[in-house]
Design a binder for this molecule. Structure first.
Ligand code: SAM
Length: 438
């Protein structure tokens, strides 16, 4: 494969006798991986039912498998959120954060959500997970992935790191900064990254990373841990970036650094550094804006709570518990999640968006089915083959009584349908549907 000359020269200087092995691995195909969503099932249970070949466990990631399967994004189990397709080396950063149940965790550069969903698995539905992504389009994809995986304890925000730092000073126990970078470690997987590379882009990324890290430092509580990661080999973005950060922030110490090279591990290139902040302040809550009804901040239209109660008691065998929050027409279950200016929140992503209430009718949301559908009274249980019709948006015959039901592939929810006279009308959101070509 064609790699940038300047990049190769620099790598030759750094890797010396290992340089030929490094170059040779670019003639090999990239390594593929997936990570089982332990919020839905165990890695062993997934292996037992996987309909495509799974290789070895990925040694550094719980629930990670190598796989050579094809078109895994179109598989019904993918729609059900049983796994996330993730490059194996990219799974190395989250375990270094050592996230514990109940902690407050920030993923500062989060889209499309590979590492956020890995964090969510480790948190097991407890604590607070703030997933931030500055690019709105990418933040919407991040939200979709969190919904698909059935995550209940996340808020997706779309702020710059500096703006977020005004809201969450000294708030988080753990922060992941998976920074935008020059992507040298991804050249084998994404040839486009090699075409975009230049020494100037490395310098530009390094400057941006510096600002992101400084904002992150202020959001970490005293005694907190931060992992800084990139998918590049450039020292300016990796070791030198960390060295400069430590010089600017003497309250931090470096615990560990890891650099994965594709000629040494089964995976692409990745870098991660673990930083510990000295004991100090841990803020009890985020900074609240002045209350503004115009912004719809926790605005509660009459009847919303009653509408949710009536719907949930009829729909569920076991009603999901949690604090109900209302914003405009949207209702959320957001147990233990912080109150702050929700105008920063991306596209209905506070905890679980349970549905919409227009003062007359309650309409359940897709996210409700993905998070809590397993507790529904009425389920339309389909096989892997049958569910494809639902995933393509078709209506289905069924013998359930009229009303809302949860559609599942085997026992795993994939969405909602509304039954009338023996026909289940499809309510899978159009952008999420399987294309007819798949
Ligand atoms: N952590 C993600 C995952 O595992 O799926 C990948 C994150 S990607 C390496 C870096 C992200 O940082 C991109 O989504 C990009 O839009 C975002 N980004 C770009 N510029 C940024 C900035 N100035 N501040 C914060 N994030 C930025």
């Amino acid at each position: 494969m064609n790699l940038p000359k300047g990049f190769l020269q620099r790598m030759q200087g750094e890797l010396r006798e290992n340089f030929p092995a490094f170059c040779a691995c670019y003639e090999e195909p990239p390594v593929k991986g997936l990570r089982v969503n332990t919020l839905k099932l165990s890695p062993e249970a997934f292996r037992a039912r996987a309909p495509f070949p799974l290789g070895d466990y990925i040694p550094w990631a719980k629930g990670g498998f190598y796989t050579e399967g094809e078109r895994l994004g179109a598989d019904p189990y993918h729609f059900a959120g049983l796994y996330y397709l993730q490059e194996p080396s990219a799974m190395c950063a989250v375990p270094l954060l050592e996230v514990k149940k109940g902690e407050r965790v920030l993923d500062l550069c989060a889209a499309p959500g590979g590492k956020t969903t890995q964090l969510a698995s480790d948190m097991g539905g407890t604590g607070v997970l703030v997933a931030n992504e500055i690019d709105y389009g990418r933040a919407c994809i991040l939200r979709e992935n969190l919904v698909r995986m059935g995550v209940t304890n996340a808020i997706v925000t779309g702020a710059s790191p500096q703006k977020l730092a005004d809201v969450f000073p000294a708030y988080f126990d753990k922060i992941l900064v998976d920074a935008p970078c020059s992507g040298e470690g991804m050249f084998r997987k994404e040839e486009g990254a090699a075409l975009m590379w230049s020494p100037a882009s490395v310098a530009g990324c390094a400057a941006r990373q510096r600002d992101i890290l400084d904002a992150a430092a202020g959001m970490l509580a005293g005694g907190g841990r931060m992992v800084y990661s990139t998918c590049t080999f450039a020292r300016e973005e990796d070791e030198l970036q960390v060295e400069a950060f430590l010089a600017r922030h003497p309250e931090f110490t470096l615990l560990e650094m890891k650099k994965l090279y594709p000629h040494e591990v089964k995976g692409e290139g990745h870098f991660a550094a673990v930083l510990q902040k000295a004991e100090g302040e841990r803020a009890p809550r985020p900074v609240l804006p002045k209350f503004s009804p115009a912004k719809g901040y926790n605005f509660d239209p009459p009847g919303a709570a009653g509408a949710w109660k009536a719907f949930s008691e009829e729909f569920f065998e076991t009603v999901p518990q949690g604090e109900l929050r209302v914003q405009g027409m949207w209702l959320y279950l957001a147990e233990g999640l912080p109150q702050f200016d929700y105008t920063r929140v991306v596209n209905h992503s506070i905890g679980v968006a349970v549905g919409e209430w227009d003062r007359k009718r309650f309409k359940p949301a897709h996210a409700l089915a993905m998070a809590y559908g397993k507790y529904a009274r009425r389920k339309l249980v389909l096989t892997r083959e049958e569910v494809k019709k639902y995933l393509r948006g078709e209506a289905l015959p069924c013998d359930l009584k009229d009303g809302w039901c949860c559609v599942t592939v085997e026992e795993f929810p994939v969405g909602l349908a509304k039954v009338t006279g023996g026909i289940a009308k499809n309510h899978l959101p159009k952008p999420l549907r399987l294309r007819t070509s798949d």
